[in-house]
Design a protein around this ligand. Structure first.
Ligand code: PLP
Length: 412
């Protein structure tokens, strides 16, 4: 008899029977308040009726037509919808299936467009698990352990993790920008650098908002040296941070934007957007893939973007995020093991520390496991493994946030 692989066996103790909105109903008969959303994916809640209807209807029309051979209507509609929310100038889009593929495509594009080899990533960044995405990922060595050699040409600069540096944000930003300039002067020239690749808020790297002044500093250097600024909005995009795009918190615009997760409420699709001029630098056939931009996923994406707009989910993410953060700070005041509470919108991280301020991964793991006992689903993250992250659906109500806070406090 075949059994699950060891990787799947170590998965959560919860087996889903069915799910709806912010709730997962387990085969054990328990109702779990889901603050994980499939790692930031089911933005409109589980099985939103409009998303279910759009996908079901589409499955009866056409499921798949590879879009470089035969275009289909859902992809045209999704492109039009994305056009309403993308930053000005990013007027060309293509599609893949996952965040990692979109990341790889953006890096290929930057190299083809500039003719330069190097990509600058930032400490703690997480960009996926394919070999190239794992190279670009610096959130922890576990993502590349055991399968080197990795892709060449990737360089890493420091990220302004102000809390762990023990500095104020501006001091951390100044230090990191100076270090970046130093790297350019001594190790990898700015004129050999094709792209900066960064998240507007670190996801797996600890739910750390990227300081606006840091993104502004990268934008200035990108303009000065002809470097392509790629923003990885795979997790932070589509309303998650209380603005439609995470980079709006910094008031800057990227040259390339990649998004996935929250764009289609759980159907696998990712999008890469850039100016038509930049996109035109990729040779035909160098991008895309067999399943990219699948018709059912695209239809779910159109419905998802519609729901985000009609139900005011960006505003809800902001308001409920503020409520969640305020409640977490009250819990922090009673628990010295919580060193920091931070995040944008419905992307909140709780960093656990010992009495000396050192990372305490064991306590984070204990709290995360205990939340499940209180029927609240949460996740850990962070390069040091000591952050619990809460990522509820953007449809969450005030009462559900309060309920989640009550369960989290009980688990601490
Ligand atoms: N980029 C970011 C910011 C992510 O959070 C993730 C996944 O968690 C990825 C890229 C990779 O996406 P995927 O797992 O769909 O390949």
């Amino acid at each position: 008899m075949t059994s699950l692989s060891p990787v799947l066996k170590q998965a959560t103790p919860v087996v889903v029977d069915h799910a709806s909105g912010c709730w997962i109903h387990g085969t054990d008969g328990r109702d779990y308040l889901d603050f994980t959303t499939g790692i930031g994916v089911t933005s409109t809640g589980h099985c939103h009726p409009k998303v279910v209807a759009a996908a079901s209807e589409q499955a009866g029309k056409i499921i798949h037509a590879q879009y470089t051979t035969v275009m289909h209507q859902p992809l045209l509609a999704l492109t039009e919808k994305l056009g309403e929310v993308l930053p000005a100038g990013l007027d060309s889009v293509f599609y893949a299936n996952s965040g990692s593929e979109a990341v790889e495509a953006s890096v290929r594009l930057a190299r083809m467009a500039t003719g330069r080899p190097n990509i600058m990533v930032f400490q703690g960044g997480f960009h996926g698990r394919t070999v190239a995405a794992a190279t670009l990922t610096t959130a922890g060595t576990r993502f590349s352990a055991g399968f080197s050699p990795l892709m060449g040409g990737v360089h890493m600069a420091p990220f302004p993790y102000a809390y762990r540096y023990g500095w104020d944000e501006q001091a951390a930003v100044d230090f990191c920008l100076r270090e970046l300039d130093y790297l350019f002067a001594t190790r990898t020239g700015a004129n050999e650098t094709a792209a900066f690749l960064i998240e507007p808020a670190l996801g797996d790297g600890g739910y750390l908002p990227t300081p606006p002044a840091f993104l502004q500093g990268l934008r200035e250097r990108a303009d000065e040296h002809g470097i392509v600024l790629i923003l990885d909005e795979v997790q932070a995009g589509c309303g998650r941070t209380g603005k439609f795009w995470g980079h709006e918190h910094a008031g800057i615009s990227p040259d390339v934007l990649i998004t996935a997760k929250g764009i289609a409420s759980g159907f696998p699709i990712s999008a890469i957007a850039a100016s038509a001029e930049l996109m035109g630098k990729a040779w035909p056939g160098s991008q895309g893939g067999t399943y990219g931009g699948n018709a059912v996923a695209a239809a779910a994406g159109v419905a998802t973007l519609g729901v985000i707009e009609e139900e005011g989910l960006v505003e809800n993410s902001r308001a409920r995020g503020e409520q969640l953060q305020a409640g977490l700070k009250q819990i922090q005041a009673k628990h010295p093991v919580i060193g920091d509470v931070r995040g944008y919108g419905l992307m909140q991280g709780i960093e656990f520390t010992d009495a000396d301020g050192n990372a305490d991964a064991a306590t984070a793991a204990r709290v995360q496991q205990t939340t499940t006992k209180y029927d609240l689903l949460s996740l850990t993250c962070g390069p040091l493994g000591n952050v619990v992250r809460l990522i509820p659906a953007l449809v969450i109500s005030e009462e559900e946030v309060d309920e989640g806070l009550k369960r989290f406090a009980a688990a601490c």
